[in-house]
Design a protein around this ligand. Structure first.
Ligand code: ADP
Ligand code: MG
Length: 228
């Protein structure tokens, strides 16, 4: 499902952000990526999204060579991916319904389908009653659940999450984690970058640890490894 073969990514200045990274993630896995700030975690996510292309090596997602995708194929490629960030990235002037519906409008789902799909996904994330609210009227945890609904409504095969609980208190963090676990149980592959030691040590999933652009450990049912 996800394969990196000897992937490096350099920017104009500084040491390479990724330096010879190889890994394989099978369909339906739940994987944490941990490591110090600057170790290359977000760069890895961006290569999977084709926000960046590798300097060398190959990135394969669902059988497609992501670095070689032609520009016009990128939007369709990204439909296979759900994406969640630390800072939610909601449309501030639109309500919850419209934020989630937006993901379907851009791929031209008919309105009558959208009217069924949005309430269904909002009830999955526990926000059925809040469809009219604007983002500023919601707590951080609720905003992240809207972002999650938006990421999931087009039924992606892979969910990529870059520090999705970084701005949340412990209670909301665990609510998001429960949802991610449920989503994963229903077959979606989940790749989550996090600094939260508690989550990683409690959930007993595969843990990939990065340091200075390389993978320094990759363990099934792993733990958060100290960075020194
Ligand atoms: P992490 O997400 O683990 O904190 P990143 O993947 O964001 O790390 O960054 C890895 C390294 O690459 C850092 O040294 C960072 O400064 C550098 N880097 C990331 N993006 C860019 C960019 N667009 N231009 C230059 N350097 C970058
Ligand atoms: Mg990052």
């Amino acid at each position: 499902m996800i394969v990196l073969e000897n992937v490096s990514k350099s920017f104009a200045t500084g040491a390479p952000a990724l330096n010879g990274v190889s890994l394989k993630i099978r369909k339906g896995e739940f994987v944490f990526v941990v490591g110090d700030s600057g170790s290359g975690k977000s760069t890895l996510i961006k290569l999977l999204l084709r926000e960046l292309t590798p300097t060398s090596g190959t990135v394969i997602v669902n059988g497609q060579d992501v670095g070689k995708l032609r520009r016009w194929r990128i939007p369709k490629f990204r439909r296979q991916l759900g994406i969640v960030f630390q800072d939610f990235r909601l449309l501030k002037d639109r309500n919850v319904y419209e934020n989630v519906a937006f993901a379907q409008r851009i791929i031209q789902v008919p309105n009558r389908e959208i009217k069924k799909n949005v309430p269904a996904i909002l009830s999955v994330v526990g926000l059925a009653g809040k469809y009219k609210a604007k983002p500023r009227q919601l707590s951080g945890g609720e905003q992240q659940r809207v972002a999650l609904a938006r990421a999931l409504i087009n039924e992606p095969s892979i969910l990529l999450a870059d520090e999705p609980t970084g701005n949340l208190d412990p209670k909301n963090t665990w609510e998001i984690m429960k949802l991610l676990e449920e989503i994963n149980k229903n077959g979606t592959t989940v790749l989550m970058v996090t600094h939260n030691r508690d989550i990683v040590n409690t959930m007993k999933k595969r843990v990939i640890t990065m340091k200075k652009g390389v993978i320094v450990s990759d363990e099934e049912e792993g733990e958060y490894i100290d960075e020194n």
